[in-house]
Write a protein that binds this ligand. Structure first.
Ligand SMILES: [Cu+2]
Length: 110
């Protein structure tokens, strides 16, 4: 539920490309990894799980991560931000696509 097929496909393509480039022994790109895994999204709150620390969002496409629009649960870093949300609310959010799954760093009504 936390894996985005499109992200996995992209990662595979990148891995294959990197493998081909290994013989050239060129240094890796200087792009900070954290910046490459952050995206901005807009969505509607469909469910809130306070004990679980997560929110289910119906979100639009997130171009920076290559994600299509979908409805899915997200872990939210701040319990305070999570408690301020309401089902049906339209929100803007910043999500980090980490190894452990997507994590919302910032979320607020818009
Ligand atoms: Cu999603």
């Amino acid at each position: 539920m936390t894996l985005h097929p499109s992200s996995l496909a992209l990662a595979l393509v990148v891995a294959l490309a990197a493998g081909d480039a290994t013989a050239a022994a060129s240094p890796p790109a200087a792009t900070p990894p954290a910046a490459a895994h952050l995206g901005q999204g807009v969505g509607v709150v469909r469910a809130i799980d306070l004990p679980g620390g997560s929110v289910t969002l119906q979100h639009g496409p997130i171009a920076a991560l290559g994600w299509p629009g979908m409805t899915m649960p997200f872990k939210v870093k701040s319990a305070t931000a999570l408690k301020a949300l309401k089902v049906g609310q339209t929100v803007a959010f910043t999500v980090q696509d980490a190894d452990a799954g997507p994590l919302i760093l910032v979320i607020r009504a818009r």
